[in-house]
Design a protein around this ligand. Sequence first.
Ligand SMILES: [Zn+2]
Ligand SMILES: [Zn+2]
Length: 267
Amino acid sequence: MGIGITHLGSGSRGNATLISSGGYSVLVDCGFSLRQTEKRLGIAGFDPQSIDSIVVTHHHKDHSGSALNASKKWSSTLHCNGGTASRMGLVEGEFTEFGSLERIQFSPDFSMLAIPVPHDDADNVALVASDGNGDLAAIVTDLGEAPDDLVKHLSRCNHISIEANYDHGRLMSGPYPDSLKRRISGRGGHLSNSQAGEVLLRSMNKDLRSIVLCHLSESNNAPHLAESEVLLAIGDEFEGNIAISKQVGPEFSYWTGQEEPSKILAS
Ligand SMILES: [Zn+2]
Ligand SMILES: [Zn+2]
């Protein structure tokens, strides 16, 4: 069956990733405006009305922005944990709650496991999608460090999308105030390029065929820095494909079991 992964765009101005399997489509995060999200789904060749579920990882606007409106307009089920629901101001009937390390079951085969990760004042989760047939794909963003629990699950994945938020040198010499620099690089902040490389090295396995680096900071990072630092960490171990999801997308789709992504051409 396999799992399809299409980043509609990723960064501090919005995140949304389309994950599909067996004819069931899930949007992980919905952080762009509704209009932008529908436009980007269209570019990826997707009818927004065919989105069955939306999973919100945490309440920050770049992940939750238009999730409620989208779920109402498309009649799709909105999934999030209790902490995220209360921070989003959701009321009963607007969402379906999942717990820590709980499996969100979309169809008899297709599911996602929600793994808590440390991030600011948020109940954030990383998600590992399963097609029920052995294929696993992970979406991991907005975390200051990777818990062992997460690495254990990542080390069985065929595909990993993971944030490489900042280059440590650029962050420290950049324009941000010291308090913000400390917050970003702290336990509740984001993964740096070298931390992303470290997590990937710890998660390396022979079935891992594709990696997407995402949520790159536009002020404290650059695609070539993220890619070179990650390759420095995993280059000897990894023979698959690596790509970067930028703020403006979608640019490509991966399918588990297929190494090369398919390019998406904006018309
Ligand atoms: Zn974010
Ligand atoms: Zn966040």
